[in-house]
Design a protein around this ligand. Structure first.
Ligand code: DGL
Length: 272
């Protein structure tokens, strides 16, 4: 059995494209529809109710396009809204928290993991709980790092000023006497600063980016539900944004190349 329908992807903005890229690399026969809620991003400083409502509105849009499964690539939405979203749709839904937590619990040798994310993600303690479910003996140090998304959104990924902000943001973890040997990047935007995290924490600390763990989990999920695209499929990819198509396209082209990016505007209920 196979299923040629598309896989839906959702993020508050462009950051989830890093997850999409990893999935396309790993599952080249699959077609995809991605929606970024750029008009209402960032979600990180939002209330839980807003994150839940906005996420449901975007997933309704994907569901109306007959996707066979949905990846909630946004960490804030995965952390805050996933249980509610699972009740709302009768199809497999995959978030990024569980795959990331599993990867971190496997990576740590001294059983101490630092987790960074948006204010809403850290407030939810979703990573804390998911890591503890993997291994109750792992100590989890959580830290909200709200200054990092604006940097990435502004395209600032290099230089001494950026390094200073990154260094100060993660200081409560790096300066702690707990010495975690694993740093989990619990936000879509942080992989774009991975080089800087690696430089600051040094070679003895594993920096975990959840994109590849999520792509592996998706491959298993499709297999389990008999939802793989036929091997003869010629895949197609659509990217939708509630925000500015031009700004979205610049990032999409940077990640995928000009031939790939087909970006369209979308108006989801509530985000007019
Ligand atoms: N996509 C969000 C996340 O992964 C980061 C950007 C935002 O705050 O909306 O948590």
């Amino acid at each position: 059995m196979s299923d040629p329908r598309s896989i839906g992807f959702f993020d508050s903005g462009v950051g989830g494209l890093t997850v999409l890229r990893e999935v396309i690399r790993r599952l080249p026969n699959e077609s995809t529809i991605y929606i970024g809620d750029n008009a209402r991003a960032p979600y990180g400083p939002r209330t839980d109710d807003e994150v839940k409502r906005f996420s449901a509105e975007c997933l309704d849009e994907l569901a109306s396009r007959d996707v066979k499964a949905i990846v909630v690539a946004c960490h804030t939405s995965s952390a805050v809204a996933l249980p509610d979203l699972r009740l709302r749709y009768n199809m497999p839904l995959l978030g990024v928290v569980r795959p990331g937590a599993t990867a971190a619990a496997l990576a740590t040798r001294n059983r101490r993991v630092g987790v960074i994310g948006t204010a809403a993600t850290i407030r939810s303690h979703a990573y804390f709980q998911a890591i503890k479910e993997e291994d109750p003996f792992v100590e989890v140090l959580e830290q909200a790092t709200p200054d990092l998304v604006p940097l990435v959104e502004a395209g600032r990924l290099e230089g001494p000023l950026v390094e200073d902000v990154v260094r100060r943001s993660i200081a409560p973890i790096t300066d702690s006497d707990r010495d975690p040997d694993t740093l989990l990047l619990g936000c879509t935007h942080y992989p774009l600063l991975a080089h800087m995290f690696r430089e600051i924490v040094g070679p003895d600390v594993a920096v975990i980016d959840t994109a590849s763990a999520t792509a592996s989990a998706l491959a298993h999920l499709l297999e389990m539900h008999d939802l793989n695209a036929p091997s003869t499929a010629s895949p197609h990819h659509v990217q939708l944004t509630t925000g500015d198509v031009g700004a979205f396209s610049v990032i999409a082209e940077r990640l995928f190349g000009a031939e790939f990016a087909r970006v369209e505007p979308v108006a989801v209920a509530g985000a007019a």
